[in-house]
Write a protein that binds this ligand. Structure first.
Ligand SMILES: Nc1ncnc2c1ncn2[C@@H]1O[C@H](COP(=O)(O)OP(=O)(O)O)[C@@H](O)[C@H]1O
Ligand SMILES: [Mg+2]
Length: 230
């Protein structure tokens, strides 16, 4: 569905007028726009994309850096498979991957940390996103569930949410072939309307965790935590 926003409409017009325009040229055109218009604001960037806030406060624009087009293409593809429950919604995207519009979520580290604390407890080993995902991947789900159940700081509603997340997350990432190796805290956020933890960067499509260099299923949690910290 087209995302109706003046900045996105300008990008589409530029592409219609010059179909071969590349992501770098689009970035340059946005720089010019931002000097005179306030409907778009540069936010931050990752390794493969520059992120802009749209003036409506509801969405972000991801513009590919050199080579980042495939990330945008893959993210749109994964989203078609994954649905919105654990994934920030892709509202609109360029078939050639130069740009993508995504639901804006809260990326504040404190909010994310509090969320994981409420699930696992402040002293838990799972409060780091990577440790959590490694643990799920390595068959440590029963330990995660036990930690959630035993967390005296949370109520049943929070526990149910956490258990659901742990149980369903891996199913969806497998089904949609999302590479969870890139799941660090910078790639998740919190959806304000539901207070749910969602992925915001799930572009590394069709890779498996065999690439992560940790082989054995019987790897200990200590090793997992070590691996996650590196
Ligand atoms: N949907 C979003 N809502 C809010 N901030 C976002 C969103 N998507 C990305 N960001 C911010 O931009 C950063 C880089 O975006 P990301 O999608 O991870 O790009 P890259 O593929 O280059 O790593 C994120 O770490 C986050 O801070
Ligand atoms: Mg990222």
């Amino acid at each position: 569905m087209p995302y109706n926003h003046p900045a996105i409409n300008r990008i589409k017009q530029r592409i219609a007028a010059n179909p071969g325009i590349n992501a770098h040229e689009l970035t340059e055109s946005l720089k010019k726009d931002m000097k005179t218009m306030s409907d778009l604001m540069y936010m931050t960037e990752g390794r493969t994309r520059r992120i802009y806030a749209l003036g409506d406060g509801k969405a972000v624009l991801k513009i590919a850096k050199a080579g980042g087009e495939s990330q945008n293409i893959d993210e749109a593809k994964v989203f078609e498979c994954s649905g919105t429950k654990f994934f920030a919604e892709v509202y609109d995207s360029d078939p050639k991957g130069r740009w993508l519009v995504m639901e804006r979520v809260i990326t504040n580290d404190g909010a994310k940390t509090r969320k994981l604390w409420s699930w696992f407890g402040k002293t838990s080993r799972f409060t780091d996103m990577l440790v959590l995902v490694y643990a799920i991947r390595r068959g440590k789900t029963p330990e995660l569930i036990a930690t959630i159940e035993n967390n005296k700081e949370s109520n049943q509603e929070v526990k149910d949410e956490a258990i659901e997340w742990v149980n369903e997350f891996v199913k969806i990432t497998d089904q949609c072939k999302v590479n969870t190796n890139d799941l660090h805290s910078g790639n998740v956020g919190i959806r304000e309307s539901t207070n749910r933890l969602v992925l915001i960067d799930y572009a590394d499509y069709n890779l498996t965790d065999q690439d992560d260099g940790i082989s054995s299923e019987s790897v200990s949690l200590k090793e997992l935590i070590y691996a996650a910290g590196n």
